[in-house]
Design a protein around this ligand. Structure first.
Ligand code: ATP
Ligand code: LTN
Length: 333
C-alpha cells in the first residue's frame, strides 16, 4: 500500500490553477489508486509565513477543506485535517532544520521571487518554509506527493533532507516522489501568460477564483490575453496565452492539443474562448453547488476532527522514533 500526501495553503482565494494543478488531480489519483492511502491537509502554518488576518485565515482554512470535498474527495478514504492541529509538523520542521543548509534554502526560487516582491519585514519562516514542507511529507512516510510544477524544487529539497537524515542516522524516512501532471501543472495568469496564475496576485483579472460568480468567470476567459496570429494551435513559445487556454481546455475535456486544434481549425479565437468560458463556468458552477451543500451540512467539522485524530496518532509515533534516533530526551525502555 502506498501513501499519498499533499497540502494547500489557505493564503488567499483558491484559483483555477490550484484546482487543475492540485485538487482535481488529487481526486483523480484517489479514483485510480483504490488501495492506497491519502493524507491531505490545509497548510495553515504555511499561510502565516506572510501576514494574515486571523478571522479571514480561519474562514479560508475551512473553505479549502470544504473545496477538497466539493471536488469529489472521498472522506472515507482521505485523512483530511488542518496542519496546525497536528503539532508534530512544527516539531519535525525544527528537527529537520538542523539537517538543512542555509545555502540550500537560499537557492529556492519561490523564496527568491517572493522576497524580491517584498523588501522589508520578510519573516524567517518564509525562508525556512520548505523545511516545514519537507516535515509535512516525511512525517507520514509519503511515497507520492501530487503538486503543481512550482513545487518541484521543494520536493527535490525534501528528498535531499530525507536522504541526508537517513545517511546520518540510519534508514528512517521514506524518500518521496513528486507526482506532477503532464498537462495543467502550471496554469498561467490570464493577463500575463508568462507568469503563474497565483492567488496572492494583487490584481484579480489574471486569475479565476473558484468562488467567482459564473458570469465573471466567463468574462475573464473571454478577455484573456492572446495574440494577433489568430490560429488555435499549441505553441507556448510564440502563443503563450492560447497555449495556456488550451491547457485548461485539455484538462477539462480530456481532448489532446491536436484534437483541439482540429476542432477549431479556421474558427479563430472568439468561438474557442466562448466554448472554454462555458466549460470552465460549468465545472466551477458544479463545484460551487457541492461546496455550498458541504459548508452548510456541519459534516465538515466531524471529518476534520477524525482526520486530526488519525493523523496525530501516526505523526506522534513517527516523531517519537525520530527523536530517539537523534538522541533527544531519555532513552525509551
Ligand atoms: P501562491 O500563489 O500564493 O504562492 P499557491 O497557490 O502556489 O500560492 P498553494 O495553495 O500552496 O500555493 O498551492 C497548492 C497547490 O496548487 C500546489 O500543489 C501548487 O503547485 C498548485 N498550484 C498553485 N498554482 C498553480 C498553477 N497556477 N497551476 C497549477 N498548479 C498550481
Ligand atoms: N508549499 C506548498 C503547499 C504545501 C505542500 C506541503 C504541498 C505545504 N506543505 C506538503 C505538498 C506537500 C505550496 O506552497 N504550494
Amino acid at each position: 500500500m502506498k501513501r499519498i500526501v499533499s497540502g494547500i495553503k489557505p493564503s488567499g482565494t483558491l484559483t483555477l490553477g490550484n484546482y487543475i494543478g492540485a485538487i482535481k488531480r488529487f481526486v483523480e489519483l484517489q479514483r485510480s489508486m483504490p488501495d492506497d492511502e491519502f493524507y491531505l491537509f490545509v497548510a495553515d502554518l504555511h499561510a502565516i509565513t506572510v501576514p494574515q488576518e486571523a478571522s479571514l485565515l480561519r474562514q479560508r482554512t475551512k473553505e479549502v477543506a470544504a473545496m477538497y470535498l466539493a471536488a469529489g474527495l472521498d472522506p472515507l478514504r482521505t485523512i483530511l485535517f488542518i496542519q496546525s492541529e497536528v503539532k508534530e509538523h512544527a516539531e519535525l520542521g525544527y528537527l529537520l532544520q538542523c539537517s538543512t543548509y542555509i545555502g540550500e534554502l537560499e537557492r529556492m526560487t519561490q523564496f527568491k521571487d517572493k522576497s524580491k516582491k517584498q523588501e522589508a519585514g520578510l519573516s524567517t519562516a518564509l525562508f525556512t518554509y520548505p523545511v516545514l514542507m519537507a516535515a509535512d511529507i516525511i512525517l507520514y512516510d509519503a511515497d507520492y506527493v501530487p503538486v503543481g510544477d512550482d513545487q518541484k524544487q521543494h520536493l527535490e529539497l525534501t528528498r535531499d533532507i530525507a536522504t541526508r537524515f537517513n545517511n546520518r542516522y540510519g534508514d528512517f524516512f521514506v524518500v518521496p516522489e513528486p507526482l506532477i501532471p503532464e498537462t495543467g501543472a502550471r496554469i498561467m495568469d490570464l493577463q500575463d501568460p508568462e507568469k503563474k496564475m497565483s492567488k496572492s496576485d494583487e490584481s484579480d483579472k489574471g486569475y479565476i477564483s473558484l468562488f467567482d460568480p459564473l458570469d465573471v468567470i466567463r468574462k475573464k476567459i473571454k478577455s484573456a490575453v492572446t495574440d494577433s496570429i489568430g490560429i488555435v494551435q499549441y505553441d507556448p513559445s510564440s502563443q503563450s496565452g492560447v497555449a495556456n487556454l488550451m491547457n485548461i481546455y485539455s484538462v477539462l475535456t480530456d481532448l489532446s492539443f491536436a484534437q483541439i486544434e482540429e476542432k477549431y481549425k479556421g474558427l479563430g479565437y472568439a468561438m474557442f474562448k466562448s466554448d472554454l468560458a462555458e466549460l470552465v463556468a460549468s465545472e466551477i458552477g458544479a463545484l460551487q453547488n457541492r461546496y455550498q451543500h458541504i459548508i452548510q451540512s456541519g459534516e465538515l467539522d466531524q471529518i476534520l476532527d477524525s482526520g486530526r485524530d488519525i493523523a496525530s496518532r501516526v505523526a506522534y509515533k513517527k516523531l517519537e522514533k525520530c527523536k530517539q534516533k537523534i538522541g533527544l530526551g531519555r532513552k525509551r525502555k
